[in-house]
Ligand binder design. Structure first.
Ligand code: 73E
Length: 839
């Protein structure tokens, strides 16, 4: 008997389907349909948020066919897949990006206009999922965008925090934190997949036993079990059909676990336990570049890692691929050490749950993982107290001991005469209280280890990971970070993008190296004029925004000097503040002094427990309060701290910048990625020889980059000599004046105590060497001011910056990962276009 053709059973739709059609008429119909059937509103009473949601669902519908087809293709082909494990994904708003990637931005704008709506206003409605702190989380998001665009099979795995990075408000100049209720108005971009929930064991003890085949085995009897429920978001590539998956896990109490308590009558106790389980995915830890060693954080790590590895095993079973081929099916990239427990968890799954021998499991594990290091800061290196580990993860601790013992045997053979190598390299730190060193676990368990910029990788090899580099030189490699030009150029700076496309065609969006072709327009008066006009108009828009939201008038012709990033002493926002005070002092001493008018803008969050960082925010605001209303200053200086910096806000900031502040102490900023986003949008950089600044300068040319300050080697040498910041204070009159002005209470209503902790640290410790770099920074900034007056020269420099930023596309970075050790190639996704004749 023949199966009836489904198209005969279900009559074909003769008009283009409202759920897939990309023309203006279908977009309008679909939008109104969603407004009615999903939001449950007639247009006349709908809010802007209803309209946003209706449009978001309209766009989501258009992703689904591509998404399902992508998954189906990967399944059928059993494609080798990258699993990107990250505790953070700082995605930014989806709607605009999806419109760009689907290629329907302009048509949707018109469709909305025809319905009397403004697309910009709707885009503003979207609350971004702030599931990350800063660069590390944003890098993960850029990499997912590039993997989809390059048609690389990939899954991003992470945690669906109910509360993302806190919302920042400024009250009386101080940061205050508010919880980020990002899910409050609904999140249309995800699909929960409860049917693929997985259990995660926590606590308890282990037992040894002999199985029915006489094998020695270990059974882990947990204290309790938490369920991970996957929530999937499709991530569409740029002008391709590939839509990869971001799978974020939400913690839920396990039924079986609370069942007993419910039955025994302890209802409230059972609900309490349920709450405890669900706490695991409640909140993102708001620390950037600091590890706090909190129990809940370790629970978050094992939670998402275990869920993700079990999910990979389920996928293999679904595709009938034997588990022995795990490392052929998957490469698992660990975004810093936050997921490094994966090394032990995969061993546990393979040995305890899937009966593999140690050697077999270890062979697979060490061919599967790769580890990206993002920081050299000692306070960010993760170590977990053994006691905590034993309490939460008793089985993992046993496995880590075994891994370590076998590893130290290798070390002993390699260095028979150097017993100190054992304690230096051990995964267990036994120098005092005992800890598990996560970076060591990651190095031992990975086939590849990379830093995120050339200098950073070199410093890793010489410094924190030196012993591992000596032992496994071939594992080490550099992958300089990159950022996605789709979000940070096409979406955030449409006018610049259009001007570029008019000159060199549209291919640069996928092949950023093609920006090179702009070099031939550097002397074209037309292009130069347009380039300047675009920058000016965007600055004017930002000025209007600032006037409306902060009540401060800023001059769009002034030099927009912007430092936007997390607040951290090593990033030296307070060095920037010292320059502002220096300029102010010069004006006070000589009110008619000629200086280039500047607007200093700051944005960024401080970790809530990081007192000094919060004091730096207060200092910037305090300086601004005085400077902005001092009539002597006239409109030459303005200082503003823009609150609640986010991806969404960053997209407005980068295009408006003339000068990008990248002034970290050399050797401290692993890469930086904001530096790339500013330069791509035609800002010039003032920066140290740190992180990716070095490579940016190499690319754009030293004459187009404002360099100052000590090199990393000079920083180490100066420290070794015995650095005394007080000497600089005493011998540099402008520096002394700036510090004294702050200390006098001039910016704090006469309060001399307020900034004393900050000034004391600077004068007597100055770990980040602001004083040693002060004069070089001041001189360089003064020079920037002069160059800015020379409009032709400045324009030339900015055009060359944009033209030479091709290297810093995240597409280049992903291609490098693929070729170097992921060993994955593109899998194109074919979609049958709807054609009425075929029916
Ligand atoms: O230099 C940046 C780098 O560009 C680095 O500080 C940042 O990662 C970016 C992307 O590679 C970073 N974040 C963290 N470590 N490095 C971190 C550490 C602990 C918690 C959260 C973030």
């Amino acid at each position: 008997q023949t199966v009836p053709d489904p198209r005969l059973v279900c009559p074909p739709v003769r008009v283009e389907d409202d759920r897939t059609g990309l023309n203006i008429e279908t977009l309008k119909r679909a939008f109104l349909d969603n407004l009615f059937y999903i939001q449950g509103k007639f247009p006349d009473i709908a809010t802007q948020n209803d309209y946003y949601m209706a449009l978001a669902y309209t766009v989501r519908d258009r992703l689904l066919k591509r998404w399902l087809k992508t998954a189906q293709t990967y399944t059928e082909q059993g494609s080798r897949t990258v699993c990107y494990l990250s505790a953070e994904f700082l995605l930014g708003p989806h709607l605009g990006k999806n419109l760009i990637n689907l290629g329907i931005y302009d048509d949707v704008q018109q469709a909305m206009e025809e319905l009397g709506l403004d697309l910009e206003t709707l885009l503003e409605q979207e609350e971004e999922p702030g599931l990350g702190n800063g660069g590390l989380g944003r890098l993960a998001a850029c990499y997912l965008d590039s993997m989809a665009t390059l048609e690389i099979p990939s899954i991003g795995y992470g945690i669906r925090y109910e509360y993302g990075i806190f919302e920042q408000d400024i009250r009386d100049g101080w940061q205050i934190e508010r919880s980020d209720k990002w899910l409050r108005s609904g999140y249309p971009w995800e699909v929960p997949r409860p049917e693929w929930s997985v259990p995660v064991k926590i606590g308890g003890h282990t037992e040894q036993y002999t199985d029915e085949r006489g094998r020695f085995r270990v059974r882990w009897v947990p204290h309790h079990v938490v369920m991970g429920v996957p929530h999937d978001t499709p991530l569409l590539g740029y002008q391709v059909n590939t839509a990869n998956t971001l799978r974020l896990w939400r913690a839920e109490a396990a039924e079986s676990f609370d069942f007993d308590a419910f039955n025994s009558g302890d209802y409230v106790g059972a609900v309490h336990e349920k709450m405890v389980s669900e706490n695991i995915s409640k909140v993102l830890y708001p620390n950037d570049n600091i590890s706090q060693g909190k129990e809940l954080r370790l629970l978050q790590q094992i939670f998402f890692v275990s869920c993700s590895l079990q999910d990979m095993i389920r996928i293999m079973e679904g595709q009938k691929i034997p588990l022995e081929k795990f490392h052929e099916k998957f490469v698992v990239q660990m975004n810093d050490t936050h997921p490094a427990i994966a090394v032990a968890e995969l061993m546990r799954l393979l040995i305890d749950d899937h009966c593999m021998t140690w050697d077999q499991a270890w062979g697979i594990t060490t061919r599967t993982f790769a580890y990206t290091n993002h920081t050299l800061l000692p306070e960010a290196l993760e170590r977990w107290p053994i006691a905590l580990f034993k309490k939460l993860l008793p089985r993992h601790l046993e496995l880590i001991y075994e891994i370590n013992q076998r590893f130290l045997d290798d070390v002993r053979i390699r260095y028979p005469e150097q017993p100190q190598m054992l304690s230096q390299m051990s995964i267990i730190d036994e120098s005092g209280e005992r800890y598990v060193r996560m970076a060591h676990l990651a190095c031992v368990g990975s086939m590849a280890i990379n830093g995120v910029a050339a200098l950073h990788t070199e410093l890793l090899k010489q410094g924190v990971l030196h012993d591992f580099y000596e032992m496994y030189p071939k594992k080490f490699n550099n992958k300089t970070n990159g950022v996605t030009p789709r979000r940070f150029m096409v979406l955030s700076n449409p006018r610049l993008s259009r001007a570029i496309t008019e000159r060199i065609g549209p291919n640069w969006v996928k092949h950023l190296d093609e920006l090179k072709k702009l070099e031939s327009y550097v002397d074209d008066p037309n292009f130069r004029q347009e380039f300047r006009q675009i920058k000016f108009d965007i600055k004017q828009e930002l000025a209007t925004y600032i006037q409306q939201n902060y009540g401060v008038a800023i001059n769009p012709n002034s030099l927009f000097d912007i430092q936007a990033k997390r607040i951290h002493e090593y990033k030296r926002q307070h060095l920037n503040a010292l320059y502002i005070v220096t300029l102010y002092n010069r004006i006070k001493a000589n009110p008619n002094i000629e200086i280039t008018p500047r607007t200093f803008l700051f944005g960024g969050k401080a970790a809530p427990g990081y007192y000094t960082a919060k004091l730096i925010i207060k200092l910037i605001n305090a300086i601004g309060d005085v400077v902005n209303r001092d009539p002597d200053v006239r409109d030459r200086l303005k200082v503003l701290f823009l609150k609640d910096y986010s991806v969404k806000f960053a997209q407005r900031i980068y295009p408006a910048a003339d000068l990008s502040e990248q002034i970290s102490t050399a050797g401290k900023e692993a890469s930086g990625t904001g530096n790339m986003k500013f330069a791509m949008n035609g800002a010039l950089t003032i920066g140290t020889l740190d992180g990716a600044n070095i490579e940016i300068r190499e690319e754009v040319g030293e004459e187009n980059f404002f360099l100052f300050g000590m090199t990393a080697d000079e920083v180490y040498a100066r420290k070794a000599q015995g650095y005394n910041p007080y000497d600089y204070y005493q011998s540099n009159s402008e520096l002394k004046l700036a510090i004294d002005r702050i200390a006098s209470g001039f910016f704090s209503h006469g309060d001399r105590k307020l900034f004393q902790p900050l000034l004391d640290t600077l004068m007597h410790r100055d770990d980040y060497m602001l004083f040693a770099d002060y004069q070089a920074y001041i001189d360089c900034q003064d020079y920037v001011g002069q160059v800015f007056q020379d409009v032709d020269r400045w324009t030339r420099m900015t055009i060359l910056n944009v033209a030479r930023m091709g290297k810093f596309s995240s597409d280049r970075a992903i291609r490098d990962y693929c070729e170097d050790f992921w060993k994955i190639s593109p899998v194109p996704i074919e979609i049958e276009e709807y054609s009425p004749e075929a029916i």
